[in-house]
Design a protein around this ligand. Structure first.
Ligand SMILES: Nc1ncnc2c1ncn2[C@@H]1O[C@H](COP(=O)(O)OP(=O)(O)OP(=O)(O)O)[C@@H](O)[C@H]1O
Length: 251
């Protein structure tokens, strides 16, 4: 079945077919990249997989739970870092992580240990007791990463994990994601960043018009086409690749 399994998934908003026959399976140990242009249906798929919205049809399974019929059980087992979400402005990182720890049924001592570890790992120790409203976007993103992993879930869904982070922290987060997935967990990363997907993912699914159009895995590293070329081929069609560059137009 896989840690995450999706078959024949559809979801429309009125006349918009946001997800239209999505199919894929992610196994434990994989860092899976979900790559696609704006409006391809990535966020909608993640929202179905985390029990936030109901699909119109199709099968979904996450860690042996059905997010459409047991959304609370699914959310209990997974970590989620939604797109452009900020921690509550009126709490400090320490308070927020204590709150998340309670929701996740973790012992207070364990939460305190993990909070310190995450603050040290991502460098927000000096901000642990500062209200989020006084933190930068990048510092808030670090807290959001910490909350997603606080209960050490077997599956984590992350939308644009590196948004707003400086290059040094991006490197640390990338290494962490790679090692976390390698520890028999499934990490599902939705991104527009082809370079990052190519660098860290064990497998990449390319999404367009609500469907998975192709997949590439690290095993295809020696392939003739780069991930960017595959992306342009499948998402934009040959026309996009034939579009002349500025240099060509100059000559
Ligand atoms: N709540 C909603 N109501 C109406 N239409 C929606 C809603 N959410 C998404 N859509 C539409 O569904 C389509 C897929 O959106 P979705 O957010 O899943 O794409 P995405 O791949 O995550 O895009 P992005 O990369 O820009 O975040 C888009 O056409 C979008 O406008």
């Amino acid at each position: 079945m896989g840690a995450i399994h999706v078959a024949g998934l559809t979801k429309s908003y009125g006349a918009v077919d946001a997800v239209d026959g999505m199919e894929f399976t992610v196994e434990r140990g994989e860092l899976y990249g979900f790559l696609g242009p704006n409006g391809a249906g990535k966020t909608t798929t993640i929202r179905v997989l985390t029990g936030q919205i109901e699909p119109d049809s199709g099968e979904v399974n996450v860690l042996e739970t059905d997010p459409t019929t047991e959304p609370i059980e699914t959310r209990r087992r997974v970590g989620i870092l939604p797109e452009q979400e900020s921690p509550p402005s009126f709490l400090t990182p320490r308070e927020y992580l204590e709150f998340v720890g309670e929701v996740r049924n973790l012992e207070a001592e364990r939460v305190a240990e993990r909070t310190d570890r995450w603050a040290e790992r991502l460098g927000f120790e000096s901000k642990l007791d500062t209200l989020h409203t006084d933190l930068s976007r990048g510092q808030q993103q670090k807290v959001m990463i910490a909350q997603a992993f606080l209960h050490e879930p077997d599956v984590v869904f992350i939308d644009e994990p590196l948004a707003n982070l400086d290059p040094l922290v991006q490197e640390q987060v990338k290494q962490f994601l790679v090692s976390y997935a390698a520890g028999d967990n499934a990490v599902f990363v939705s991104t527009h960043n082809i370079d990052v997907a190519e660098e860290i993912c064990t497998r990449v699914g390319i999404v367009a018009d609500g469907q998975l159009v192709t997949e590439r895995s690290v095993a295809d590293d020696g392939a003739d086409e780069s991930l960017l070329e595959v992306f342009l081929d499948r998402v934009e069609g040959e026309d996009a690749r034939d579009t002349p560059t500025l240099e060509q137009l100059d000559t």
